[in-house]
Design a protein. Structure first.
Length: 362
């Protein structure tokens, strides 16, 4: 192997792929990055066996080759090199690196044991706007469960329903659903949260489209020069649509900023009481009241003006409510609820995003 590449291109690719390489593994080869010349480009690959990330960058290739090197060392080293051309030359099991006044040698390992990305038959393939995908991910991933005994709830459910593509997550206490776009092809996949987060991290301002390919047990994301391949979570997601209220008995339409501020203040007092806050609507005065009471900190009462329909009192988890308020688009938030025990519906100015929160039994 003998190649020349710019420091800017190499450091960008290394930063993209190196996070997946794990130092906490019983397979030392997974600590490494695979460098390979491929069709006139330099290809960089890392994996933790569940997730593969490949980035291809332009390089001047004098001699083809393939090698693996420690991910952490090469990434930190190249990040600290000057912005100039970098020469990489493989001599036996030594990779010689030259850049400006710097000359270094890194010990390599044989690439024979490095796993290959799976090559499964793609059943579905489509494009999606990167801004829409990133926005939907940000509005849903936080509501997924961390309980590994219920693996289907630890991922993002990407699926179609009545000609539209949705992302959905739930932990059993709250549920987030975002409509992404029209999609006639049937999609029914559960993607690990770590995979979705990696895709979002790779998306840049220059990224316009993401190509998604889905097989029986794998999903592939193509984001510019980067290709992310991940296993899917095996299992069937819950039939959640029956949980989303159609019409609610009571509702409140509020300024999102004012309501968020009031909930934040109430949450400060609610930390001792399992984050519980009490929300009361007053249709006569067109006010929504937020109360939090604890024996240690004291009592807080906040009031927000809005368009109020119906009178009801309900107890919610303040953290869950804040999570929803922080990702809703627009200046207005709508709250719908029917009783102290039925799910609360939180939406924005359009119905593309729906957030369900189960009340706290009080």
């Amino acid at each position: 192997m003998k190649i020349t590449v710019t420091q800017e291109n190499l450091v960008k690719a290394l930063n993209t792929v190196s996070r997946v390489a794990s130092s906490r593994t019983t397979l030392p080869i997974l600590n490494n990055i695979l460098l390979r010349t491929d069709n006139g480009q330099l290809s960089l690959t890392t994996t933790n066996l569940e997730l593969f990330i490949v980035d291809n960058i332009n390089a001047k290739i004098t001699k083809d080759g393939v090698v693996t090197i420690p991910a952490c060392l090469i990434t930190e080293f190249v990040n600290n090199l000057p912005k100039t051309n970098i020469d990489l030359k493989l001599d036996g099991d030594k990779l010689k690196i030259s850049a400006g006044h710097y000359n270094s040698i890194i010990n390599t390992t044989t690439p024979d044991d490095f796993p290959n990305p799976p090559e499964n038959k793609i059943n579905s393939k489509f494009e999606i706007d990167s801004v829409i995908f990133k926005g939907a991910a940000n509005q849903t991933v936080f509501a997924a469960s961390g309980d590994t005994t219920r693996p289907v709830l630890t991922g993002v459910y990407l699926h179609t329903h009545e000609g539209n593509l949705y992302m959905t997550t739930t932990d059993g206490y709250r549920l987030a659903e975002c409509r992404l776009m029209e999609q006639k092809e049937n999609i029914n996949s559960i993607i690990p949260i770590t995979t979705v987060n990696e895709v979002v991290r790779v998306i840049s301002d220059e990224t316009k489209k993401i190509i998604i390919g889905i097989s029986d047990d794998q999903i592939v994301f193509e984001i510019g020069s980067v290709k992310i391949t991940s296993r899917l979570i095996d299992g069937k997601f819950i039939d959640y649509r029956q949980l989303i209220p159609g019409k609610t008995k009571n509702s409140a339409s509020l300024d999102r900023s004012n309501f968020t501020q009031a909930v934040k203040i109430a949450e400060l007092f609610a930390r001792e009481s399992a984050e519980s806050i009490i929300i009361k609507t007053n249709s006569e005065k067109q006010l929504l009241q937020i109360n939090s009471i604890t024996s240690e900190f004291g009592e807080n009462k906040g009031v927000v003006e809005g368009k109020i329909s119906g009178d009801e009192s309900i107890t919610l988890n303040a953290k869950y409510l804040l999570n929803a308020l922080n990702v809703i688009d627009g200046d207005v938030v709508k709250i719908g609820f029917s009783s102290k025990l039925l799910p609360v519906l939180v939406t924005g100015e359009n119905d593309n995003y729906k957030h369900i929160i189960m009340p706290v039994k009080s």
